[in-house]
Write a protein of this length. Structure first.
Length: 211
């Protein structure tokens, strides 16, 4: 009975959210799945308590993008989650359908900033395989998105960057950088920020018309 009630509630508010998430969103349709999982009972002990709150606050498109990012990235990481939120925000601001953005990332190839790239690719559909994303070696958390003559530059606000740095330093001191315990505790921090960070509030945003 409890499981049935949870599913009913999720369907009700998910239907409402899909109509009120804002402009710029076409629906990401599954390729192999019949649907994207939203039942908290399907998730591990770290994520399960947050599932309903995350979907309710941020909507299904961000949920799908971040969920797939975490699976592809192989752990819940702060920079990969920021990348997923950034890509969804870009689609929203540019009113760009999924798979229709071209992207230049300045995150480079070295962690932690390069982790941003995984979230960007998953959330926008711009990928190395499609040839629609390029990556510089400047190693800074900044990305430019192009769509229909518009150029959008996004960068996390200083307080967001500081929060990530402090979390990594704290966990490294307590558990050793990239130890098994480090990653376990990082997941707890990451899912908390996944819920708390609003994609409309955490980025510096500049839009220009490109020639």
């Amino acid at each position: 009975m409890k499981k049935l009630l949870t599913l009913i509630l999720l369907v009700l508010f998910s239907t409402n959210l899909s109509a009120h998430e804002g402009t710029g969103f076409d629906v990401r349709t599954p390729v192999c799945l019949k649907s994207y999982p939203t039942d908290p009972l399907l998730f591990n002990d770290t994520v399960s308590p947050f599932v309903t709150q995350i979907i309710e606050r941020h909507g299904l498109e961000e949920w799908k993008a971040t969920l797939l990012t975490n699976e592809m990235h192989r752990h819940l990481g702060l920079w990969s989650i920021i990348g997923a939120k950034m890509g969804v925000r870009a689609r929203q601001l540019l009113e760009a359908p999924f798979d229709h953005l071209e992207v230049v990332s300045f995150a480079g190839n070295t962690p932690p900033f390069s982790c941003l790239n995984d979230g960007i690719q998953i959330s926008t559909g711009a990928s190395l395989g499609r040839g629609t994303i390029s990556n510089t070696h400047l190693s800074k958390p900044e990305v430019i998105f192009f769509s229909h003559g518009k150029e959008l530059r996004l960068r996390p606000k200083p307080e967001v960057i500081t929060a990530v740095k402090q979390a990594i330093i704290k966990l490294s001191k307590e558990y050793g950088f990239q130890s098994d315990k480090y990653f376990k505790e990082l997941e707890k921090v990451s899912v908390k920020y996944w819920l708390e960070w609003d994609r409309a509030e955490i980025f510096e945003e500049t839009i220009e018309h490109s020639n």
